[in-house]
Write a protein of this length. Structure first.
Length: 189
């Protein structure tokens, strides 16, 4: 009986967390959460995507657990919230590149279509103003043709601007995770 007690492990009370994250960022989230004492719960399999959801927007649910008696719990929770906020900011910054480029190209395309509409309307209503319809059609065609190149150029320029902000956020995440790692491993030393 004494040997059974020695071989038995001490009871560990866990706290649990479920985090739904972007599939392409799952490993970053896992690395970050491990710095705050969380570990992947073996009882669950990670399930990805919802039916009909595009691949780039697919989500994954991470089931995590950590020892409830962790020493620096309040500080780890504060650092974890900072980590999650930084990850959301990275997601937002990456979306800004595409949104700005899309708006610029759509505005150019709409202006081109408006000019083509005016050219068509002028040609239909008045045969005497054929020169005006030609003058409106030429910039309309040019604007429509330039919409996609404007998207590409604006996206690249915006990507260069945002990249420095993304690097700063990633450095901030590294600092936060280092602090969390030191707190979780300080109790073991």
């Amino acid at each position: 009986m004494l040997e059974m007690n020695r071989n038995a492990q001490a009871y560990v009370a866990y706290e649990y967390k479920e985090a739904t994250v972007d599939l392409k960022r799952a490993s970053e989230y896992l690395d970050g959460y491990e710095s705050f004492g969380w570990e992947l719960d073996d009882a669950y399999e990670a399930h990805a995507s919802y039916a009909g959801m595009p691949v780039r927007e697919s989500l994954i649910s991470l089931h995590l657990r950590r020892d409830r008696r962790i020493v620096n719990r309040m500080e780890l929770t504060r650092l974890q919230r900072q980590f999650e906020a930084c990850m959301k900011e990275i997601h937002t910054l990456e979306g800004l590149k595409d949104i700005h480029a899309t708006i610029c190209s759509l505005c150019t395309g709409v202006v081109g279509l408006a000019l083509l509409f005016c050219a068509t309307f002028t040609a239909i209503t008045s045969k005497a103003l054929t020169w005006l319809s030609i003058l409106l059609a030429i910039p309309g065609i040019i604007c429509c043709a330039l919409a996609y190149p404007i998207y590409g150029r604006t996206y690249q320029r915006r990507e260069r601007e945002v990249e420095s902000l993304l690097d700063a956020k990633r450095e901030e995440i590294c600092t936060i995770c280092e602090k969390g790692h030191r707190l979780t491993h300080a109790e073991l030393s």
